[in-house]
Design a protein around this ligand. Structure first.
Ligand code: NAP
Ligand code: ZN
Ligand code: ZN
Length: 350
């Protein structure tokens, strides 16, 4: 049993996204059926549509910053009812029993099921994402959206928000710590807002002239043009934590001197081999680390949403129609997003 759903899919690495009809399962006892109102556009959607990581299965409906209203619930659902404002991020399932799941870090479960391009562990179907009318998700992976948050602006919290919140919390950003963010895009602008709200001293590294005023408004105390060696030298030894959101291969070596002793540079963007090689000398001489971090668990995502509700934090969004998604991808490739596209899913029916 299943229901027909309309979405937008990529069918090959070089294809534009185009209308695509597919099936969603009828709800299982623990499932929540969500009518999708908005979906954020993450750079991971673009990487996946273009098969940048080499693991895309086609056709693929991207979208993992999903905001909607509950339209129906399965018989065993206890936490949600029709009409509730809810969100779904990058995960729709996990094994529930491994140490990662037991510690609330489902993103590090070997059986974690991604919202799109994942394999459902019950019926082995390939999951499809939020550039679509509705989604059916186990209630354990459904987030509650605080009433104080605007629904459009809340969508990016479900990936860009949690992906920057998790390392900020893990490496204990707060008063007295110095945090830097590399790249002012979707993740970067949330990192600035969240680091500031946690009480850290915040710096933006950017390649782009012209983002200064926005960066200061979003929470940066200063910006550093990463293309200017004098500006880079001026922040030597400064940062406890650098969150690097750059999506493509880039040189980490210029950032390592900017870390303080015992500081950590966390990669959340680029996946793959670094080029050129990373010079270990500044790391060894000052106990510096390079780390990675993947989204966040469900409990931590709800904590982020509640924190944002209490502190009035959400994303700066440009709302688009689904018909404009290919143009939006093109602008994202030029780092021309202020600072997250969010699709108004009502446009699907236009
Ligand atoms: P985005 O909105 O396109 O922002 C990326 C920013 O990086 C750009 O605005 C630009 O900032 C900078 N940049 C872009 N290309 C660059 C290059 N070639 N060299 C140096 N800087 C460059 O992307 P996003 O949605 O924030 O996603 C960023 C990355 O994080 C993507 O790779 C995405 O797949 C990944 N991601 C990872 C996770 C995770 O769990 N780890 C979760 C979500 C997304 P400036 O103009 O300021 O330089
Ligand atoms: Zn994402
Ligand atoms: Zn698990």
């Amino acid at each position: 049993m299943s229901q027909n759903v309309l979405g937008y899919a990529a069918t090959a690495p070089a294809s534009d996204l185009a209308p695509f009809g597919f099936q969603r399962r009828d709800p299982r006892p623990d499932d929540v059926v969500i009518e999708i109102l908005y979906c954020g556009v993450c750079h991971s959607d673009l990487h996946t549509a273009r098969n940048d990581w080499g693991w895309t299965t086609y056709p693929i409906v991207p979208g993992h910053e999903i905001i909607g209203r509950v339209s129906a619930v399965g018989s065993a659902v206890t936490r949600f009812k029709a009409g509730d404002r809810v969100g779904v991020g990058c995960l729709v399932d996990s094994c529930h029993t491994c140490p990662a799941c037991e510690s609330g870090e489902e993103q590090y479960c070997d059986g974690a099921t991604y919202t799109y391009g994942g394999t459902d562990r019950h019926d082995h179907s390939i999951t499809q994402g939020g550039y679509s009318e509705k989604v059916v998700v186990s209630e354990a992976f459904v987030l509650r959206i605080p009433d104080a948050l605007d629904l459009q602006a809340a969508a990016p919290l479900l990936c860009a928000g949690i992906t920057t919140w998790s390392p900020l919390r893990h490496w204990k950003a707060g008063p007295g710590t110095r945090v830097a963010v590399v790249g002012l895009g979707g993740l970067g602008h949330m990192a600035l807002k969240l680091a500031k709200a946690l009480g850290a001293d915040v710096t933006l590294f950017t390649r782009s002239q012209g983002k200064e005023q926005d960066a200061l408004r979003l929470g940066a105390d200063r910006i550093v043009l990463s293309t200017d060696p004098a500006q880079m030298a001026a922040v030597a030894g400064r940062f406890d934590l650098i969150i690097d959101t750059v999506p493509y291969v880039h040189d980490l070596n210029p950032y390592m001197p900017a870390l303080a002793t015992s500081g950590t540079l966390v990669l959340v963007g680029y996946l793959g081999a670094l080029d050129p090689f990373l010079n270990s000398t500044p790391m060894v001489l000052r106990r510096k680390s390079v780390a990675g971090s993947l989204i966040g668990g469900i409990k931590e995502t709800q904590e982020l949403l509640d924190f944002c509700g209490e502190h009035g934090i959400a994303s700066d969004v440009e709302v688009i129609r689904i018909q404009d998604i290919n143009h939006a991808f093109g602008r994202m490739l030029k780092s021309d997003v202020k600072y997250r596209f969010v699709i108004d899913m009502a446009s699907l029916k236009a």
